[in-house]
Design a protein. Structure first.
Length: 562
């Protein structure tokens, strides 16, 4: 009997052990599966996920998520050696920057140089460093720098009247990013042939000017001229894409220097609603345009006297070294005769917004300062037509400002080879001008939302078309009692020089005793000469919401002028 009891007990115990072992194995397998899923989840975790899980205060000091590393160790060493760096850097700056100041010296000054230059006792602070991924043949490093220094800088300036003024530059505050490019990489120590450095980004530059023993504001125009000179010298001498190349291992590194990559063609069309700087009469505006603020590469328009809505219609061309980072800058001044001109406003346009070979029409709002927007005052707007032509693509893009514009194969074959080479050089000043001659057909279709000029809440509108250069005029019929008139009238103009002419579309209200001007549209002929034909509604300047619909058609015959 005991045998059977033992057998049953042993059998039950064995079954229990087997079931328990099977359950343990299933639990262990599930645990391993869950652990593997957790590990896989951690493998997919991102920096943003970790920041959500744990506040930044709880991270150990050695945990860094950003590519931009801190440089406390460098700042500590720089503080110790700064007196020696100050002495060496001051001499270097004096010898290298003083010729630059002379190069950028404004016309109102006869001389500009340093009489004293030390960088003070406060060393700059490097707030971060990062390595930029890019070309495998070079290493690019960027350093963030901040400096609130106490330098002793005195400029000795001399006016054309022989008056000498010592001017102190004080309260300097600077924040920016310096770029260092180590290229080419070689097998020899230190493993790179040269260093190129530049100021990639000028985040903030603030300083004050003070005449020693006097007030600089008592000398009209001098303060603005010197401040503009200092900023222009910094912008053009070390700001990217300008770079300084320092050879480390002897060799030819001329290919690292700044070189032209294309040409920017600019048509300065007009400005409107400019601020009046004159007490009596109106401002006499002119514009200064540049990509790099070197006097030899800055373009100045003609002065339009007594006008707040000037029409210039002038063409300029500029050399481009880096279309991805460079800007076109426009400064509009009020001409004051023998006195220094007064700035009305300035504007910038980034070249990276241009599509090569495509004309872009832009209106730029003028501001007081491009870096520090101190006010929201309306200073007016300026209209430009821009065309970027990369170097080496003269035959691939249609450039209406060059000799190759819409030439037939026969005309291209008749061109002499020396002339062709001469025209493709963006730095050459010997380019022949193109005269685009043809017939412009203008159909005045209709207008809408014109202002009510008559006492009955209506108007009697008509349109006058004027070719600005030849002063040809055409006039539509009068449409009575309408704010949305329809004309559908076509007029033809013989145009001798389309690239330098303008079409003025002026809208008037007819009156028994005369006419009242409602507004106008100023049109270049660039777009219609490129497209051949277009229909569009154009906003009427001088009205709140008025528009005029026009159809334009162009038939051209290009000729050339030596």
């Amino acid at each position: 009997m005991s045998f059977y009891v033992g057998f049953v007990f042993g059998f039950a115990l064995g079954i229990g052990l087997i079931l328990g072992f099977a359950r343990f194995e299933r639990s262990r397998s599930k645990h391993r599966t869950d652990l593997a899923a957790t590990v896989a989840a951690f493998a997919r975790i991102t920096v943003d996920d970790t920041r959500k899980l744990l506040p930044a205060d709880y991270y150990p000091s050695w945990v860094v998520f950003s590519k931009r590393q801190k440089l406390n160790w460098l700042n500590q060493h720089l503080d110790k050696i700064w007196p020696y760096v100050d002495q060496a850097a001051s001499e270097l700056i004096r010898s290298s920057v003083e010729p630059m100041l002379e190069q950028y010296r404004p016309a109102v000054l006869a001389a500009l140089k340093f009489s004293k230059l030390t960088l003070g006792t406060v060393a700059p602070q490097f707030t971060g460093v990062s390595i930029i991924d890019g070309d495998a043949k070079s290493i690019t490093m960027e350093l963030d720098m901040q400096w609130d220094g106490n330098p002793n800088i005195i400029l000795d300036i001399r006016t054309h009247l022989g008056v000498g003024l010592p001017i102190q530059v004080k309260n300097i505050g600077f924040t920016g990013v310096f770029r260092f490019v180590f290229r080419p990489l070689v097998d020899e120590i230190p493993c790179f042939g040269a260093i190129s450095f530049s100021l990639r980004e000028n985040k903030n530059l603030d300083f004050k000017l003070k005449v020693i023993g006097g007030d600089i504001s008592s000398i009209p125009g001098i303060s603005d001229a010197i401040e503009e000179t200092i900023r222009d010298a910094i912008a053009d001498s070390i700001t990217w894409p300008v770079r300084q190349v320092i050879p480390i291992i002897p060799g030819d590194y001329s290919y690292l220097e700044l070189k032209p990559v294309g040409t920017l063609e600019v048509k300065l069309v007009q400005a409107k609603e400019l601020t009046n700087k004159d007490i009596i009469g109106k401002s006499d505006p002119y514009a200064v345009l540049f990509i790099r603020p070197v006097r030899s590469r800055m373009k100045t328009s003609k002065v339009i006297n007594n006008q707040l809505n000037p029409i210039w219609n002038e063409n300029f061309d500029f050399i481009v070294e880096d279309e991805t980072t460079q800007h076109l800058t426009v400064r509009v001044f009020d001409d004051e005769g023998v006195q220094a001109s007064e700035l009305i406003g300035c504007a910038q346009f980034s070249l990276k917004e241009l599509e090569p070979g495509k004309v872009k029409d832009v209106w730029l709002k003028l501001v007081k300062d491009l870096q520090i927007q101190r006010d929201n005052k309306n200073r007016g707007q300026v209209q430009l037509e821009l065309l970027y032509c990369p170097q080496g693509t003269e035959n691939a893009v249609m450039n209406p400002f060059t000799r190759d514009f819409r030439l037939t194969k026969l005309e291209k074959a008749l061109k002499s080879e020396p002339d062709e080479k001469e025209d493709t050089d963006p730095t050459s000043g010997k380019r022949k001008d193109v005269i685009l001659r043809g017939v412009l057909s203008v159909t005045v279709i209709s207008a809408e939302d014109l202002p009510a000029v008559d006492l009955m809440g209506k108007s009697d509108p008509f349109v006058v078309l004027i070719m600005r250069k030849t002063e040809q005029k055409q006039k539509t019929r009068v449409v009575h009692n309408s704010l949305d008139p329809v004309w559908n009238q076509t007029f033809d103009f013989v145009v001798e020089d389309a690239l330098h002419d303008l079409l003025l579309v002026e809208v008037y209200d007819h009156d028994t005793f005369g006419k009242d001007k409602m507004g106008r549209v100023v049109m270049t002929l660039t777009r219609v000469t490129l497209e051949g034909e277009l229909t569009e509604a154009f906003p009427i300047d001088g009205t709140k919401s008025g528009k005029i619909s026009l159809h334009l058609k162009w038939t051209s015959q290009p000729i050339f002028r030596d």
